[in-house]
Design a protein around this ligand. Sequence first.
Ligand SMILES: *Cc1c(COP(=O)(O)O)cnc(C)c1O
Length: 395
Amino acid sequence: MVTSVMPTYGRIDIAFERGEGPYLYSTDGRRFLDFATGIATNSLGHAHPKLVTAIADQAAKLMHVSNLYRIPEQEALADKLVATSFADTVFFCNSGAESLEGSIKVARRYQFHVGQPQRTKIICCNHSFHGRTLGTLSATDKEAYREGFGPRVQGFTHVAFGNLNEMRDAAAAEDAAAILVEPVQGEGGIFVATPEYLRALREIADEFGLMLVFDEVQCGMGRTGRLWAHEWAGIAPDIMATAKGLGGGFPVGAVMASEKAASGMKPGLHGSTYGGNPLAMVAAKTVLDVVSEPAFLEHVEKTAASLCGKLERIAGKHSSVIEEVRGAGLLIGLKCRVPAGDLQTALREQQGMLTVGAGENVLRVLPPLTIDESHVSEAVEKIDAACAGLARHAA
Ligand SMILES: *Cc1c(COP(=O)(O)O)cnc(C)c1O
């Protein structure tokens, strides 16, 4: 008999009842070091006092009103996102997939607006993940996710991530509208775009009149040590999708765009009932206030350098278990020589530490951005011990 919760997930048999900073406490009394963070979402850890207070205070005042009216909390968050990024204007939604849907609409509408309505094709990359709606499934490079869900939404094509020749050829097509890339690919297996690649994408988009769209749903909001991952390359997209870490655990997404990119958008062309409600806006503004502080981002960068350095040493010591450490900032992948799921299970069941799987036999290490050196040491000891156990087992 089917479970009352539709069985769309392969779930691990643990339930949590509360969290505090980087720790989660399960209903059966165990404590876990949470380096999964709800998949790069609990950016401030659990029960961050500022976020808890902001949400509780706002919930007691006003949760939802509708975009039929002005929403001052929305204007405040949009102002701050604009002030701290390339963007001139922001549309709010509730999830990553919606932020991609909105980004794709803005990109296509721009081409329509400038008299190029035939330009509808979105050029995406191999290993990409952009969400599970019918539209974003077509942008995602994973056939298994689409099987049995009817005709594929048209207007998407894929090229090899990092391959500029393939990208140029696709961009030269008459129907090309936009390039859509994750500056750091997450679900696909932690593949980091080089700054040179991102700069070349900017040039190709300009040369052929395409919109450059970055999906920073996972890699944005401070995770790489800059507020937005593309800042490392010194260039800006025309449009950017963000979500996950934006709300620190509260569901919220945003489509961020330059004035030019959004020039085709007019009242009535896009909308969301919940998008930009006062409660979500206050949550995200609170997270952004914390994360956008230069000292906070410096802390992320320093902590990430320390964690990565130590993980490199573990990988060297246990080369039969870990092949490579890769990633950017606190978006880290351990490419495994054993099944990545075995390392994930050993960490969880023997060491009390949570991580997340990714494509290409990679284990993702996604701590809260608020961790300090003591949590780095704790994590590294656990990974060392788990690797030692697996290496012994394999020998
Ligand atoms: C998670 C993710 C999405 C989809 O976000 P949802 O909130 O699950 O819809 C899109 N793009 C990237 C890069 C992601 O990591």
